[in-house]
Structures are given as C-alpha cells and as structure tokens.
Design a binder for this molecule. Structure first.
Ligand code: FDP
Length: 293
C-alpha cells in the first residue's frame, strides 16, 4: 500500500491526498540536489546561520510546488522570515516546513530530514492543537517517511519508483532507555543537569547525532527521550516551535508518547511569533510525564 492508498483508507479528502502527493513528488528533486556534494551559498538565514545551498534549494523546490498546487493558503518555512500567503482562492491548507533540518551535518554526510505540519484551518499561528497532520522525511541510508494523523502514526519507505510504501502502522513509542541530550552541558541549568545525570545513573544509552529528525526517530523506534533544554543564557533553547517542535510533538503524542517544554504540554502552546523557540523534552510517555523542570 502506498501513501496515497493509505490516506484514502483513512478517509482523507482528495485535496489532502493531492497535497501529500505534491510533497512526495518533490523528494526526488530534493534528493537530486545532494548529487555532486554540498555547495555553500555564503548567505545567512534569519537565525544568523550560514545557509548551505541545499537548504535554500529544498526551500525553493517546496515553495514552488505549493504555489503551483493552488491548494495552500499559507506557508511558514524555517528559511523565511515571515509566513507566506499564497495567492489562491481555493487553497485552504496552512503548511509549515523545515526544508532541511540538521543541515550542519551535511558536510559530515550524516542523516538529515525534512519536517512538515499541516493545519486544515489554514492558519499556522492559530495554535499547535490545530495541527491535523505532521510528518517527516528522513534522508539516511534509506529514505523513509513517518506520517501522523488523528488515527495514529505509520512509517513508509521510499522506493525506486519515487513512491512511499507502507511498512509499519500503529507505531507506539516503547518505554525505552535512549537519551539524546542537546545543548552544551556547561550551559545546562542545574535542574536539567540533574535530570540527565539520573538517566546516566540508570544506565540509559547516549544517542545524539545533532540532527533532530534522526535523533527523534531513534527515540520513536527504541524508546527514550530527546531533549533540547532551556540554556542558562538562552531560556527558550534552540529548536523552533512551529517548524521542528510542534510537528514532532504531534507525531510523538499520536504514537502514545509525549512532549513538554518542561512545564507545559507542547501542543497547548499558541505561538506568539513565527520564529519562536521552546525548550523540548520528547519521547516515551512515562519519561515525559516524569519531567518537572
Ligand atoms: P542544524 O542546526 O544542523 O539545522 O535546529 C536545527 C538543528 O540542527 C537540529 O536539527 C538539531 O537537533 C540541533 O539543531 C542541533 O543543535 P546542536 O548543534 O546545538 O547540538
């Protein structure tokens, strides 16, 4: 069963199926951008990080596809300063994209990913509780997609015909013992340092690559916890609420896990700004329930 048959089986509208098909069709052109290696563009994104050409190209490819589709009303991209209103009278979807997350790992050839969330109400600033679907594409030795909607989480594998085939349904995050701790230890708060020391004392296994999609995916598969905490001089941490944290929180909850900023459930947050960052603890249900920072 491919992703389109799966969406039909789950009762999704033809428009949503068309939107997902358009996104799936952009994976080949994005993967093609990796051929021949990475070329630095020398420009900077709004966070002051040097953009690698691949980020920009993936962003352009996806935005162009959304524009041509006429299905999308509003897009927020991690590579854009503001939400983009698409000029279409029939489009009603709001979409967020992180066109290439973990891009600082491209020169080391480790896995990177693309993160999406969809708001069927067309308004990406309306609150994370309004996410209706979220998914990521993990570009590793295999190219896979993890897709979440109200009925749960499923995994698909990209095949040689450019389609995603269903390989696993009803994915549940097990109560495992991986820990994936972001941020420099010397910048952690005392409370966060104590939490991580507790995991270490209890024999948790360290698994952190520095690329959010594969790091979260390990937790989804084996169970455990990914964190990118509040830092002493950056109380909101590093990860972006709309483009990284929100979609993954939706996926985690639909897989029976949880996601919190240490105090409140991520999906209860209403963003104040498009580039808002939040601390993040995400993973197995019981581990997340135990977080009080
Ligand atoms: P990157 O800067 O390479 O794009 O928020 C982006 C991100 O990577 C995440 O993918 C990753 O989890 C995090 O930053 C890594 O941050 P550190 O380098 O501080 O570990």
């Amino acid at each position: 069963m491919n992703i389109d048959n799966y969406l039909e089986k789950n009762g999704h509208s033809e428009e949503l199926r068309d939107l997902i098909k358009i996104i799936v069709d952009q994976i080949r052109p994005i993967k093609n951008e990796f051929l021949g290696g990475d070329k630095k563009s020398g420009t900077y994104n709004i966070y002051g990080e040097k953009q690698i050409k691949l980020d920009k190209r993936a962003n352009e490819i996806l935005l162009m596809a959304f524009r041509n589709s006429k299905l999308v009303k509003q897009v927020g991209s991690e590579e854009e300063e503001e939400a983009i209103q698409m000029d279409s009278d029939k489009g009603h979807f709001g979409v967020t994209i992180d066109p290439l997350d973990g891009s600082s790992l491209i020169p080391t050839n480790l896995a990177v990913g693309i993160i999406f969330s969809i708001y069927e109400n067309g308004d990406i600033m309306s609150g994370l509780k309004n996410i209706t679907q979220a998914f990521y594409v993990l570009l590793g030795p295999m190219t896979l997609m993890v897709f979440a909607d109200k009925s749960g989480v499923s995994q698909f594998i990209y095949n040689d015909k450019g389609a995603f085939d269903l390989v696993k349904e009803n994915i549940i995050i097990p109560e495992g013992n991986l820990y994936s701790p972001g941020g420099l230890r010397k910048e952690w708060t005392d409370a966060h340092r104590d939490l991580i020391s507790g995991f270490e004392e209890n024999g948790f296994k360290l698994r952190y690559s520095g690329s959010f999609v594969p790091d979260f995916h390990q937790v989804l598969v084996y169970g455990g916890i990914f964190s990118y905490p509040a830092l002493v001089d950056k109380p909101n941490g590093k990860l972006r609420l709309l483009f990284e944290v929100g979609p993954m929180a939706f996926i985690a909850e639909k897989a029976g896990g949880g996601a919190t900023d240490g105090k409140i459930r991520i999906l209860d947050i209403i963003p104040a700004e498009i580039d808002q960052r939040v601390p993040l603890y995400i993973g197995s249900k019981k581990l997340i329930e135990g977080i009080k920072i």
